[in-house]
Design a protein around this ligand. Sequence first.
Ligand code: SF4
Length: 239
Amino acid sequence: MPGELIGNEREMGVESAACWSQELQRAAPSDVLQWAIATFGDRLGLASSFGGVSGMALLDMAVKIKPELRVFYVDTDFLFPETYATRDKAMRRYGITPLGYRPKLTPGEQAAQYGDRLWERDPDLCCALRKVEPNQRALEGLDAWVAGLRRDQSATRARVQPVMWDAKFNLFKICPLWNWTEEQVWDYIGRERVPVNPLHLDGYPSLGCTHCTRRVAPGEDLRAGRWSGSEKTECGLHK
Ligand code: SF4
């Protein structure tokens, strides 16, 4: 895992995830992380985009349990300067070296091959090239990854569980903050003095690529600023 799985292996993954989720319904996020670290050992990785508060809270919790945990991020080449600065701040704060995975094509090569501003014409293809494929490489050799998904982030995430079978990448996905609210995450960030992307305080609750992220108006969905004006709500990593 990840890789091609035969049907019954996939079913076993779904069943195991459901059982573990049942057992972890009342566990605190740090207990879910502790369980995942004990269960998957070095075959567990934590994804942090440095563009969301959940990911930063999880990073803080996780490295306090296992400082050498594998931390990775996808660098699409289109991240905000503040996102790179947040990564650098986290490196200094926690003494970690997150592994960055970049697309196979540079922005120029992509434009030459697929035309200018692919994100406007075919954002699914652009995300497949610049996010999904690098993420697939980041997950090679792992049995589980930790992500910051929460139920309150959007309608498409309303059924998130603490442990899920990730049918896209064929491994387990651990979501310790699955039932936390935005407020609970900010409480943790404040209490533990976790570094966060400064753009969160400037109207961007969720940050992705510069081309596809806008400020969110009061009362809007937390992810309303992502691919605004299109039907797209996820980059393809979590659907
Ligand atoms: S978020 Fe936008 S620019 Fe970034 S990979 Fe997806 S479509 Fe391309």
